[in-house]
Design a protein around this ligand. Structure first.
Ligand code: SF4
Ligand code: SF4
Length: 90
């Protein structure tokens, strides 16, 4: 039997999709440039918010907190990191 159209159900599905995806974090790592054996950005970050994905060996921002101090971007040997500085801090 076909389910009747339910706007509420559609809204719930949309909300679930939003909550299961990383929407935006200030530090973006280009995985194609990230070296598996490197930990430079992880070691220099004073907040310890960058970690390695154990499955891929690539770095990513695990916690959405950042001082926008930039050593992670400067120390990355391959230029894989981009820190997106908010407009008001530029
Ligand atoms: S900008 Fe600073 S606080 Fe933010 S991830 Fe890089 S090193 Fe950590
Ligand atoms: S410094 Fe660059 S290459 Fe090294 S782990 Fe971080 S993102 Fe990857």
């Amino acid at each position: 039997m076909e389910r009747p159209y339910s706007p509420l159900l559609n809204l719930r599905i949309f909300a679930m999709a939003l909550t299961t995806q990383r929407v935006d974090v200030p530090v973006i790592v280009d995985e194609s440039k990230c070296l598996e054996k490197c930990v430079a950005c992880i070691e220099v970050c004073p907040l310890d918010v960058l970690v390695k994905n154990p499955e891929t060996g690539k770095a990513y921002m695990k916690y959405d907190e950042c001082w926008f101090c930039l050593p992670c971007e400067k120390e990355c040997p391959t230029g894989a990191i981009t820190v997106q500085i908010p407009f008001l801090l530029r």
